[in-house]
Design a protein around this ligand. Structure first.
Ligand code: ATP
Ligand code: MG
Length: 573
């Protein structure tokens, strides 16, 4: 069987074929009817304290994708239990990003929707003798908790009567006590080998306004107390989360068992990590706040809005996530693999165009002055239905400075004095002489002659030359700014920092290169922000919203060279 090594070499990009232990678990639970005839219910539970990043895209694809695969349902639930860090701006961006990735939630909920229910359940646990109000300070609680090798000590307040606990907890809720003066704790086991089970805090006092509940509450539930119960209320069957919650699973189950409520189950998978990238909202927020990037949607950011602005497609991200798959240990994925998937997707659908980033003027001495030919150019060789367009050709052109060398190095087959190349879609040309700047000696204009018999597509066009270069007609060129990107960090693992420094010391000073004077073929004059194309030989580009009439701005999404396909084919051979 003939195989296309480029795509077959990487894991299958279709959700239905890659092996995946989360899917296996769902299949098994359906077979054993673990939840009777209930449909598969998942949820995506972001905390609205920042913008989503590509790591969240993995969780989103798993939560929504696996539920879809089994005709199940997925809720979007905002885990808004930290009033101080959460904002409506983040809620709105998260919803926009989930939709852009191609998913739609069945139910939209907020953990804060359940504050009343959670409070009632806390009262129940107090009445059952399973929760108590503790007056130790945060520092004392930490100290009493013990260590991994040393068991904890019981708080002197642990054996308060139910009545006293009820009285104190209701007064905590009424706002009678200052922040940090008391907490409600679950009464589990101070000697448990699992630190999370050593009487975890359920509620803390926080006189803070909440973005949805306003000033109604001055006590807020902790993540562990809110999460499982919220899952249970929504009858979530498969609560998928990242590995750092593995040690929290016994606590997740403990609350559900004590309360006798719907038995949601938590299943963990590995976090996505990418080379040269940091995936942490806290750190990304720092980059924004300190002005290292232009905002959450800076095209160098690994946020969904950043890579969207950069020109990534949702399909590319989804294919990437499915190809990465899931594991039970954290690893790090090569950034080149993500780039491979956007290249593969854009190759199929991005229309081609010619653009010159660093222009060098070329004059065809034997081409009639004032003549313009409209040459046929193929919009996408991968997609015949994309058709052709006309590109104007005339006596004066721009080519890339890089495509000319006065003194060509060995193996350089592009234009140089006496050498022939083909101009894409046009003619074979030969360099006759150059004009130099008197002061700097720099070549400022290249003179060539063309062979009229060699027009592309004509019967006599079959003479071969070693190189084909792109060009833009000078009289018809459209000016543009082009932004070229390199990795945001220069270290493969940017979280590794030298003593005394922070991660921003690993930022790549050359992550953005501005090209202010690019020349584009005229068909690009009306490109609208968000539209994508391939500049032949240069990469895939996307029109930036900074574009204004008369000056478009393009972001390079990715260059053409696929380093990932190479890595994979080497590994396979
Ligand atoms: P961050 O550390 O960036 O703030 P988080 O885990 O605190 O991330 P949440 O908003 O709590 O972010 O996450 C929502 C969901 O996304 C959780 O289920 C979480 O496990 C998942 N998630 C977050 N980061 C990643 C990642 N890098 N890879 C896979 N899933 C992730
Ligand atoms: Mg978090």
């Amino acid at each position: 069987m003939a195989t296309n090594t480029k795509t077959d070499a990487v894991a299958p990009a279709v959700p239905g074929t890659a092996s995946n232990f989360l899917r296996d678990k769902i299949v098994e639970d359906l077979k054993t009817k673990k939840y009777g005839d209930a449909v598969i219910q998942t949820r995506f539970p972001p905390e609205p304290n920042g913008y989503l990043h590509i790591g969240h895209a993995k969780a989103i694809c798993l939560d929504f994708g696996l539920a879809d695969e089994f005709a199940g349902r997925t809720n979007l639930r905002f885990d808004d239990t930290n009033p101080e860090k959460e904002e409506q701006e983040y809620v709105d961006s998260i919803m926009a990003d989930v939709r852009w990735l191609g998913f739609e939630w069945d139910g939209l909920y907020y953990a804060s929707d359940y504050f009343d229910q959670l409070y009632e359940w806390a009262i129940k646990l107090i009445k059952d003798g399973k929760a108590y109000v503790d007056d130790l300070t945060a520092d004392e609680i930490r100290e009493y908790r013990g260590t991994l090798t040393e068991s904890g000590r019981e708080s002197p307040y642990r054996n308060r009567t139910v009545e006293e606990n009820l009285d104190l907890f209701t007064r905590m809720a009424k706002g009678e006590f200052p922040d940090g003066s008391r907490v409600l704790r679950a009464k589990i086991d101070m000697a448990s080998p699992n630190m999370n089970m050593r009487d975890p805090v359920m509620y803390r006092i926080l006189h803070a306004s909440h973005h949805r509940t306003g000033d109604k509450w001055c006590i807020y539930p902790m993540y562990d107390y809110a999460h499982g119960q919220s899952d249970s209320i929504e009858r979530v069957t498969h609560s998928m989360c990242t590995l750092e919650f593995t040690d929290h699973q016994p606590l997740y189950r403990w609350y559900i068992e004590q309360l006798g409520i719907f038995p949601s189950q938590q299943i963990e998978f590995d976090r996505l990590n990418l080379t040269y990238t940091l995936l942490s909202k806290r750190r990304l927020l720092q980059l924004v706040n300190e002005g290292h990037v232009r905002g959450w949607d800076d095209p160098r950011m690994p946020t969904i809005c950043g890579i969207r602005r950069r020109g990534y497609t949702p399909e590319a991200i989804r294919n990437f996530v499915w190809a990465v798959g899931v594991s039970r240990t954290n690893g790090i994925v090569d950034l080149a693999m993500l780039e491979h998937f956007v290249r593969e997707d854009l190759n199929k659908r991005a229309p081609r165009a010619m653009a010159v980033l660093r222009p060098l003027k070329v004059v065809i001495d034997n081409y009639p002055e004032g003549q313009v030919e409209e040459l046929d150019a193929i919009n996408n060789p991968e997609d015949p239905s994309a058709g052709t367009r006309k590109v104007p050709f005339s006596r004066e052109l721009y080519i890339e400075q890089d495509d000319f060398r006065e003194v060509p190095p060995p193996k350089y087959f592009r234009l140089s004095p006496g050498r022939e190349v083909r101009l894409r879609y046009a003619y074979i040309v030969k360099c006759t002489n150059v004009v130099k700047d008197e002061k700097t000696g720099e070549v400022v204009e290249v003179h060539i002659t063309y062979d009229p018999e060699t027009r592309s597509g004509s019967a006599s066009a079959n003479r071969k030359v070693k190189s084909t270069i792109h060009w833009v007609s000078a009289a018809h060129a459209v000016n543009a700014e082009v932004r070229l990107y390199d990795t945001l960090f220069s270290k493969e693992d940017p979280s590794q920092v030298e003593a005394g420094k922070d991660f921003t010391s690993n930022l790549n000073p050359n992550s953005l290169e501005m090209v202010s004077d690019a020349k584009l073929e005229p068909s690009l004059a009306s490109a609208v922000p968000g539209s994508r194309c391939q500049f032949e030989r240069l990469g895939y580009f996307c029109v930036d919203p900074d574009s204004v009439a008369g000056k478009s701005v393009f972001n390079r999404t990715v260059a053409l060279k696929d380093t990932w396909a190479k890595i994979v084919s080497k590994a396979g051979s």
